[in-house]
Design a protein around this ligand. Structure first.
Ligand code: XIL
Length: 515
């Protein structure tokens, strides 16, 4: 578990402002010289060959007789992929990208992306895949419902926009302080509110860092694993939609490791997120779940939304009863500059009441007592804040919202403590339950001076939140160590890459201890 942390640290120290600035491409097919490791997944006659930079498969007997290739995916890693397909034998044919994965000798499959390719036209399929806990991964391109069709693929690209975990390279923990000597934040804040962090899938597969997480925190938010791009099973939804456009299929293989850990170790979980404009497959909004297809009607989309939320709640009730204490029902619906509803597929397809309906469905299917939150960032800035307050008032009038989540992705330079205080006090007056869902504070460099100012602001914010402890359910940091943060280059968290506590940790601990 050592190498990937070092890699991410090296990336951060290299002055990269964000993950996105490094070229995240891991693999791009090159069919100019040969099959590049691709082969026909076939027990029949299917064969692959290359011509003009494309790979051709011919001689089908079954539609899973497809061109595939083994990839060394790392469990927990989030991968983006894209590929182009072309066929010349039908007016149109349906294609999908799938993964065959193996654990303990058993192979299982997931369909990841879909598109309909018209005769002779290169057509792109793309999507995201969070690798589950498997030992072998074969990515492949197959037809659905059209066996015996020859086709070409080209430009298969695999990328890891977040960077990659390497389970073999966790850093030496705690070079300075022994874990036992550290005060535990969850104990220090036990009488005030829950204290938590987000945690990613790969970390949940490692006992050692999770034991450290558990020593400090009592509530977890899966960082990406319960977002629509991880939960919506596009392949199975497409198949189901052939019978019923309102059908939705869901899957939880990405979330299971973290949910299992939390359940087995008595941690609470905050669910994130049911409805969002980001990390949501575009085909969710399209007829037949096919890319490029027309948008579905408002009625179909509302039925899909209800089915989606219902099945998530049912799955959790069946497998993890009582584990998820609260949900972000809708995330980031307000536009930063106008304070109006953000332009999004939800707004476009359903209309302005998509939030009210999402809360209605969440209330209908969530177990009694589950707290339902609206979650957003930049609450401290007035335009946005006005929009958030207006939205919350409307949702309160509808009667299905319990709380507001302040993301608080801040920087040392701004917003000011005065702005943060004013926003907390204003939202608190609405009478909702509150949480800080995603706290991190960036600095420009890792100098002592920057870390001192960062610690000061962390301490000030915690004192402010403690003063409102009767309304705050939880305060959750958005990550454990600086190098694992989504804003890794700006050192925003309480622990450094070696898991040593930074001044910010002591400031957060002292704010509770000094009461
Ligand atoms: C971020 C994750 O931390 C990243 O790993 C991912 O690449 C993008 O999303 N607001 C939210 C969170 O509600 O879901 C986002 O998390 C950060 C901003």
């Amino acid at each position: 578990m050592r190498k990937w942390m070092a890699l991410l640290l090296a990336l951060a120290l290299g002055g990269l402002a964000a993950h996105a600035e490094a070229d995240p491409t891991l693999y791009l097919s090159d069919f100019s010289t040969g099959t590049d490791g691709w082969y026909a997944r076939s027990m029949g006659q299917a064969v692959v060959s290359v011509e003009d930079g494309a790979l051709r498969i011919e001689g089908w007997t079954n539609d899973w007789n497809s061109p595939g290739r083994d990839f060394d995916l790392i469990p927990g890693g989030r991968y983006d992929f894209s590929v182009q397909v072309r066929q010349n034998q039908a007016d149109a044919a349906s294609f999908m990208v799938s993964v065959a994965h193996t654990v303990d000798g058993a192979e299982s499959y997931e369909n990841l992306a879909f598109a309909e390719a018209k005769r002779g036209e290169w057509t792109e399929l793309s999507g995201t895949y969070v690798a589950g806990d498997f030992s072998r991964f074969v990515l492949y391109v197959e037809t659905t419902g059209a066996p015996a069709l020859d086709f070409d693929i080209r430009d298969f690209r695999l990328a890891a926009p977040d960077g990659l975990p390497d389970p073999a390279s966790w850093p030496e923990p705690m070079a300075i302080e022994a874990v036992e000597d550290l005060p535990s934040l969850k104990a220090l804040y036990a009488d005030a509110f829950d204290i938590g962090t987000c945690a990613g899938g790969f970390m949940a597969m490692q006992d050692e860092p999770m034991a450290f997480v558990e020593s400090q925190f009592n509530i977890l938010t899966p960082e990406n694993e319960l977002k629509p791009d991880a939960v919506l099973d596009v392949g199975m939804s497409l198949v189901a939609a052939m019978e019923d456009e309102t059908a939705v299929a869901v899957r939880f293989n990405a979330a299971e490791p973290i949910l299992n850990y939390a359940r087995d170790h008595g941690l609470k979980v905050h669910g994130h997120v049911l409805v969002w404009h980001n990390q949501t497959p575009d085909v969710f909004f399209r007829e037949g779940y096919r890319s490029g297809a027309p948008l579905v009607s408002r009625e179909v989309m509302l039925a899909r939304l209800e089915n989606y939320i219902r099945q998530i709640m049912e799955y959790m009730e069946e497998h993890y009863p009582g584990l998820i204490v609260s949900w972000d029902v809708v995330n980031e619906a307000i536009d930063d500059s106008t304070g109006e509803l953000r332009d999004s597929m939800w707004l476009k397809v359903v209309g302005e009441d998509y939030l009210a309906r999402a809360f209605e469905f969440a209330r209908k299917y969530a177990p009694e007592g589950t707290l339902l939150y609206y979650n957003d960032y930049n609450t401290a800035y007035l335009n946005k804040q006005n929009g958030i307050v207006k939205l919350l008032e409307a949702l309160i009038a509808e009667g299905n919202i319990d709380g507001y989540g302040f993301q608080m992705h801040h920087a040392v330079a701004q917003p000011s403590l005065a702005q943060i205080t004013a926003s907390v006090e204003r939202i608190a007056r609405l009478g909702l339950r509150l949480r800080v869902s995603e706290l991190d504070i960036t600095v420009d460099d890792n100098s002592e001076d920057s870390f001192t100012r960062q610690a000061q602001l962390y301490g000030d914010i915690m004192r402010l939140l403690l003063a409102h402890a009767d309304q705050f359910e939880a305060v959750q940091f958005w990550g454990l160590t600086d190098n694992m943060s989504w804003r890794a280059s700006q050192y925003p968290l309480l622990f450094d890459a070696h898991r040593n506590p930074k001044p910010a940790f002591w400031a957060v601990a002292d704010a509770a201890a000094e009461r």
